[in-house]
Design a protein around this ligand. Structure first.
Ligand code: ADP
Ligand code: ADP
Ligand code: ZN
Length: 213
């Protein structure tokens, strides 16, 4: 099963993608996590991506398209995958379609997690992330067992620089301008499925599972 997660920053794409990956035994491919790992390791890609990410802007298409095309050809992605944070622009979606066509594949579902802008700033200011393993928590809705410490790996949790309110507003603007057009794009391909992302995490997941089967 090949799935794309759509939705505003903070809508819950990552949270749901991890649960989908676990239930259906497919890899969770998050371009944000890939960039953050590159930044942490000081790679050339990381250095390039960081300046855009810190400003709340998208990383240029040419830095992300080949990376994803390579990733979906790896062995663990043969039976499918859940893409989280990619595509984010129409040109990225078109490149993905071209790469899939070469492999004789197609996307089965584009799941749009809908959350209004008013809820997003609260979601983001409460998000806490583990830079070591990529786990995410929320101060109110998904608390770690011990305050400030990752349940999975024991690392300290952080508030991402780009989750501060000023940057979140900017990212929401970028989302509406560059990413939201993908909703129509996948609607036209007859693979779009919309879920209400304001429900609690387990309910959103149950709605997704009823769609994916
Ligand atoms: P969120 O959790 O808010 O959806 P991500 O972790 O997916 O954020 O992405 C963080 C940042 O990484 C984005 O604001 C953007 O700068 C960059 N990024 C991630 N994926 C892409 C992509 N497909 N195209 C361009 N930039 C991306
Ligand atoms: P995205 O990947 O779309 O940026 P995340 O999955 O990281 O979003 O979720 C953003 C924040 O909101 C995280 O702190 C997460 O724990 C929390 N969150 C996710 N889904 C829900 C939900 N249904 N209700 C409340 N909080 C949620
Ligand atoms: Zn961790």
């Amino acid at each position: 099963m090949r799935i794309i997660m759509l939705g505003a920053p903070g809508a819950g794409k990552g949270t749901q993608a991890k649960k989908i990956a676990e239930k259906y035994n497919i890899p969770h491919i998050s371009t944000g996590d890939i960039f953050r790992a590159n930044i942490k390791n000081g790679t050339e890609l990381g250095v390039k991506a960081k300046s855009y990410m810190d400003q709340g802007l998208l990383v240029p298409d040419e830095l992300v398209v080949d990376l994803v095309a390579d990733r979906i050809q790896q062995d663990d992605a043969k039976a499918g995958y859940v893409l989280d944070g990619f595509p984010r622009t129409i040109p990225q979606a078109e490149s993905l379609d071209a790469a899939l066509a070469k492999m004789g594949q197609k996307i089965d579902y584009a799941v749009d997690v809908e959350v209004p802008d008013e809820n997003i700033v609260n979601r983001m200011s409460g998000r806490r992330a583990c830079v070591k393993c990529g786990a995410t928590y929320h101060l109110q809705y998904a608390k770690p067992k011990a305050e400030g410490v990752c349940d999975v790996c024991g690392e300290q949790l952080i508030l991402r620089d780009d989750d501060k309110p000023e940057t979140v507003q900017k990212r929401l603007g970028v989302y509406h301008q560059q990413t939201q057009p993908l909703i129509d794009y996948y609607e036209n391909q007859n693979v779009l499925k919309e879920v209400d992302g304001t429900k609690d995490m387990e309910e959103v997941f149950a709605d997704i599972v009823s769609i994916l089967g």
